[in-house]
Design a protein around this ligand. Structure first.
Ligand code: KIV
Ligand code: NA
Length: 267
């Protein structure tokens, strides 16, 4: 089997072929996606996708650890990155280190991701210097939904654009090994990508980034409604619904289980 990629290998990929990243929350999804991805993200989007929560704000460290461990067990090639959930890192670099170290110990993952700009730069530096690789996340940062007021694109005014670029540069200078840029207009993605040393991973940030990430369930077509930046590469919702319908019919007509699914007595 392919050897698991390393953080330095991810860094070195900047300016070469784009990096491929998808979310995974479960062992089977990780097994299926792993051979095709450079990185698997155990995103706190699992709050909505797996648990039906209204946002990522209620997600806990324990939830991230349980799913992170499953994804590490289901993968052997991609770098596994785990989102630090809201409330587990913002208060201080020390608090962030304690949370991140616990996550890595519980799961065997290589790195964490955290949201935020200049305010989080000292934390990124603190963790990186102490052996924990950090992926940043700027632009549309869903954990800040209560401040931002929604999930609309960011950086559409010159002031907001300059703020996002400054955020990205401070996180990169603090030592982040890669940076997610979410929900911004293309010129911002270009300015960030061409001025920082680490790879940028776009989601709703154009093809000008050094890589792309999507929520796997979004790109698999599990949901009716998704963001503008999602492309559906499959229609899994339709596949599941029609399988459930056929199963229900077969149960109701006693077509299932058939002779092949029934144990024979011992002779
Ligand atoms: O939680 C998540 O899935 C994410 C990505 C979409 C970047 O943070
Ligand atoms: Na996230």
């Amino acid at each position: 089997p392919l050897k698991r990629l390393t953080i330095p290998a991810i860094r070195r990929q900047k300016g070469k072929t784009p990096l491929v990243m998808l979310t995974a929350y479960t062992v089977r999804t990780a097994q299926l996606l792993d051979p095709h991805c450079d990185m698997l993200l155990v995103g706190d989007s699992l709050g909505q996708v797996v648990y039906g929560l209204p946002s990522t704000v209620p997600v806990t460290l324990e939830m991230m650890a349980a799913h992170g461990a499953a994804v590490v067990r289901g993968s052997y090639h991609a770098v596994v990155v785990i989102d630090m959930p809201f409330g587990s890192y913002e208060a201080s670099p020390e608090k962030a280190f304690e949370s991140a170290a616990w996550l890595l110990k519980q799961t065997g993952a290589a790195a964490v991701k955290l949201e935020g700009g200049t305010a989080m730069a000292p934390t990124v530096k603190f963790l990186t210097e102490r052996g924990i690789p950090v992926m940043g996340h700027v632009g549309l940062t869903p954990q800040a939904v209560n401040v931002l007021g929604g999930y609309g694109a960011r950086g559409r005014t010159p002031e907001e654009a300059a703020k996002i670029v400054a955020d990205a540069q401070s996180i990169a200078e603090a030592g982040a090994f890669a940076l997610v840029i979410e929900g911004v207009v293309e010129p911002i993605a270009i300015e960030i990508t061409t001025t920082i040393a680490c790879p940028t991973i776009g989601i709703g940030a154009s093809a000008q980034c050094d890589g792309q990430v999507l929520v796997a369930e979004d790109m698999l077509g599990m949901f009716e409604r998704t963001a503008k930046f999602v492309k559906r590469f499959a229609d899994i919702a339709e596949t599941i619904a029609s399988a459930a319908q056929t199963y229900a019919e077969d149960v109701r007509t006693r077509a299932f289980p058939g002779p092949e699914q029934v144990y024979a007595p011992k002779d």
